[in-house]
Each structure stands twice: as C-alpha cells, then as structure tokens.
Write a protein of this length. Structure first.
Length: 255
C-alpha cells in the first residue's frame, strides 16, 4: 500500500523491496512509552514518511487516522492510500485539506496522538510550525515529529509548554534502520549501541570500519557537533559505541 521501498534484498537473483519507515515509527511510539493501538491519530502530511506511518499504523490496529495535507502533488496519492486503508484494514482513514483549520482542530481534539510527518520546522527553517493555534495542544495529547534536526522543533517546544508528552524522529530513524538490518542479515540490530550517536545531520554513517565521508558532513554527539571535511576517515567500534575521526595530524575520539 505504501508504494515505495527503502530496503531491497536479493534472494537468488530475485529483488524484493520493503519499506521500514512505518515499522520504525511504530517502534519509536512504543519506545516512548505509548500504546496507540485502538486510538485516534491526526497525521500531518502526505509525503513518503506520512504514507509509511499511515499504512503501518493502520495495519497495526490504530482505530482511525485523519490525514491533513496541502493540496499538492501528493494529495491525489493520499486519497488513493486512504481508500486502500479503508478497504483493506479495520482502520477508518480520512483525508482533509490542511487549510481547513476547523476540521484540523476538531480532529486534534478527538485524537490521542498528533504526528507531524512533514518537513515544516526542519533546520534551517526552525521558526516554522505547522500548528498555529496552540489552544489545540492539551496536556493529555501526545505530540510527535518525524524531524530530528533540530532535536526539538518549534511544534515540540510548544507542545511541551502545554504539558503534552512529546518525542522526535530520532528513534524512528534508528528503528527503521534496525528493521532494514534485520531484513538484510536475519539478526536483530543491537540498537542500544548507536544511542550515543545522537544523529547524523547531513549524511548517513554506516556502522563499519573504514568508511570515509564524501561530502562536508555534520555529526551531532552528546558533547556537540563535529564538522567533517571530505574524505575524513571514520571508524566505528560497535562493541564500545566509540566513533573515531582521523585527520593527517591528529586523531579524535567521540562518543
């Protein structure tokens, strides 16, 4: 139903595609300590991340999902997705124009969780927020954002100020990678090890020795942000969760 893949496995010459984003999001919800099965969701966006989240949430047993999207190139595709969900799952899905603030406010008021699956609020446009009416942010509402740069978007800051429980997109990123790892290897990825690597802002790191950065990259650690020059050698020790960056004159160790 998603219509896109991010993980491909080669089985004796037969290529099979999977999409792990939705699985990653639902695991992130559990990791944050929430149970949204049988509950109502308001989902903002209709792009790739939103489609994966909507599909997996419906398959896992979320009772209803109201999708709000601007009327762009994704709107018709979102209508097809909603129709598929209603036909193939027990979830009740509906699609609305994001410009309809009356419906949006009503949906949030009746929802257990509000999820921003758009890029609104992502760096460098951190002052942007898809929610303009803060009165909808009641204290018993869970608010999540798929964005992880910044770690706390304007939406999450607003929600936290109103007493909402919040979480960002970092663990969705981690768990979708863990699901891909399992598909490729048949083994569970030791997800506790990458926790000290907070996030990769502009380029992914594969947890393997000998990788070199091919572009200027920024990596966020617990201790701050490190900028990498092109071709900086990177080694990662999975047993200790230590990343080493080597330059011609010095070596640096980060955790």
């Amino acid at each position: 139903m998603i219509g896109a893949v991010n993980t491909v496995i080669n089985e004796n010459g037969k290529l099979t595609g999977h999409n792990t984003d939705g699985v990653g999001y639902m695991q992130a919800v559990k990791d944050a300590g929430h149970d949204i099965i049988g509950k109502n969701m308001t989902l903002l966006g209709a792009g790739g991340a939103a489609t994966a989240i909507c599909t997996q949430a419906a398959l896992d047993g979320v009772a209803s999902i109201n999708v709000f999207s601007i009327k762009d190139q994704f709107f018709d595709r979102a209508k097809h997705l909603v129709d598929n969900i209603n036909a193939r799952t027990n979830c009740k899905a509906s699609l609305y124009d994001l410009a309809d603030k009356t419906e949006l406010n009503k949906s949030i008021d009746n929802s257990y969780i509000l999820t921003n699956a758009t890029s609104v609020g992502m760096a460098p446009n951190t002052d942007n927020c898809i929610i303009t009416d803060e009165s909808v942010l009641r204290s018993d509402l869970i608010v999540s954002d798929v964005i992880y740069n910044p770690m706390e978007t304007k939406l999450l800051k607003m929600a936290k100020a109103h007493g909402c429980k919040t979480f960002n997109g970092l663990y969705m990123l981690l768990y979708q990678g863990a699901e891909a790892f399992k598909i490729w290897t048949g083994q569970d990825m030791p997800v506790n090890l990458p926790f000290s690597l907070i996030t990769v802002l502009t380029a992914p790191i594969i947890f393997a020795a000998g990788l070199k950065s091919s572009t200027n990259s920024h990596i966020r650690f617990l201790s701050g942000i490190v900028q990498l020059k092109p071709r900086t050698p990177i080694t990662f020790n999975p047993s200790t969760a230590v990343l080493r960056l080597s330059t011609p004159t010095s070596k640096h160790k980060y955790t």
